[in-house]
Design a protein around this ligand. Structure first.
Ligand SMILES: Cc1cc2nc3c(=O)[nH]c(=O)nc-3n(C[C@H](O)[C@H](O)[C@H](O)COP(=O)(O)OP(=O)(O)OC[C@H]3O[C@@H](n4cnc5c(N)ncnc54)[C@H](O)[C@@H]3O)c2cc1C
Length: 402
């Protein structure tokens, strides 16, 4: 699915990691036509991974999260509209509608609107938080202090990182997770169990196999959460970290296929002249033979580059077939992974030992090596595994002791 003639008006919707990278790639590839970058937030593009780490820990100021200096953004020659949400897209009339009713015409549009946090019915009560935006991180940071009581709902990557940052500030943290082992579905039982031990070793009250059933309030403010084991945990603040959903509500009625993301082909295209990248985009990754949507910082940039290139040069096109990569930092330990771990059928420790806190895990699906994760090891340890995953290496051959 491609645009038929060279575009002269391009609109990028979403001014964060993917949107900014797309705009930069378009300019770098020589596109000198009109380029509008729309961002709902009032800020210049900033980075989200530090929000749960350095910003929450008070190590970075908000300004340090900026992805580019204002002069670098200005040099792109954009029609930059911050604090401006797109409310509709019409592939038929080739327009994007803005919140003030203005229609902007386009020859090609790139959707990079990311995700928004899932919420619970009581989110919005004073004392409840989600963490996606800079303001969310600053508001939570403001509330964390030695002995303040934080309950985190959901022990995924985000909840785990916040638990780690909050403990470093001396807060009392209860982490509530319905699954028996945190993150086991994504990274396997051994890695999840190790993360659970880390939490407990750092003084987090981790409650697994437990769901939040309600909240206690006094004078309209949250004072605690009720759990499925009939206990109540008193809280000054509650962070709801139960995952995200693609920000596609503004695309309802556009005719685009929306199915847990904007559904694209292997060339990042959702319809003629319409492309998508970053957390919002779902596509078929031919390397793994499966449809995926990633919420990884590196993918946001790589996919935006690929989408911008496909937009400008539809022929010859190479499918977007990356080996996904993510990292997470918890308790001063870096965890890194390559591949598509989510559907794995086996996870095996192939180097190091979880008991020492430094180890490498390989992931199998069928007879193929589909991913590898390193816990507390130097990045170079993982690189040969990335190459093997990219080559769709045979499991037995790759995991045999040397
Ligand atoms: C706290 C936190 C920590 C993270 N840590 C890691 C990590 O350690 N490692 C890792 O790999 N990944 C991490 N991530 C994920 C990573 O930040 C995302 O993958 C990345 O930000 C995705 O970029 P994006 O541009 O696709 O989407 P987003 O960053 O979500 O940006 C989308 C932008 O579009 C805007 N927008 C939405 N709707 C509209 C609209 N209708 N009109 C105009 N603009 C709109 C939004 O306001 C937003 O600014 C983390 C994320 C968070 C929140």
């Amino acid at each position: 699915m491609t645009a038929t003639r060279a575009p002269r008006r391009i609109v990028v919707v979403g001014a964060s990691a993917a949107g900014l990278t797309a705009a930069e790639t378009l300019r770098r590839e020589g596109y000198d036509g009109a380029l509008t970058l729309l961002g709902k937030e009032p800020h210049l593009p900033y980075d989200r991974p530090p929000l749960s780490k350095q910003v929450l820990a008070g190590e970075w100021t908000a300004a340090r999260t900026r992805l580019r200096h204002p002069e670098e953004v200005a040099a792109l020659g954009l029609d930059l509209r911050l604090g401006t949400a797109a409310t509709a897209l019409s592939p038929a009339s080739r327009t994007v509608t803005l919140m003030d009713g203005e229609d902007i015409g386009w020859d090609a549009v790139l959707i990079a609107t990311g995700v928004r946090p899932r919420r619970l019915p009581w989110c919005g009560l004073p004392g409840t938080h989600v963490l996606r935006h800079l303001e969310d991180a600053l508001a939570l940071r403001e509330r964390l202090a030695a002995d303040s009581r934080l309950v985190i709902v959901g022990a995924g990557f985000l909840g785990s990182e916040v638990a780690s940052s909050a403990r470093a500030l001396g807060a009392r943290v209860t982490l509530v997770e319905p699954a028996p082992v945190p993150l086991a579905r994504v990274v396997g039982h051994q890695v999840g169990a190790h993360i659970a031990r880390l939490h407990r070793g750092h003084g987090v009250d981790l409650r697994t196999g437990t769901a939040v059933t309600g909240v206690e309030t006094a004078a309209g403010r949250l004072t605690g959460v009720r759990l499925s084991d009939a206990t109540t945990v008193p809280a000054d603040d509650v962070l709801v970290a139960i995952g995200s959903e693609p920000a596609t509500d503004w695309l309802t009625g556009s005719g685009l296929r929306l199915d847990d993301g904007v559904v694209c082909d292997a060339y990042n295209s959702a319809a003629p002249g319409v492309y998508a990248a970053g957390d919002v985009a779902r596509w078929h990754n031919p390397l793994f033979g499966t449809s995926m949507r990633l919420e990884h910082r590196t993918n946001a940039a790589e996919q935006a580059m690929a989408a911008a290139r496909h937009l400008l040069h539809p022929e010859p096109a190479r499918p977007f077939a990356p080996v996904p990569y993510f990292w997470t930092d918890q308790y001063g330990i870096r965890v890194q992974a390559y591949g598509h771990l989510r559907d794995h059928e086996e996870a095996r420790v192939v180097a190091g030992d979880p008991a020492d806190g430094r180890f490498l895990v390989a992931y199998r699906k069928g007879r193929t090596l589909v991913g590898a994760l390193s816990f507390g090891l130097p990045p170079k340890t993982l690189r040969p595994w990335r190459t093997a995953v990219a080559a769709r290496a045979d499991w037995t051959a790759s995991t045999q002791p040397p």
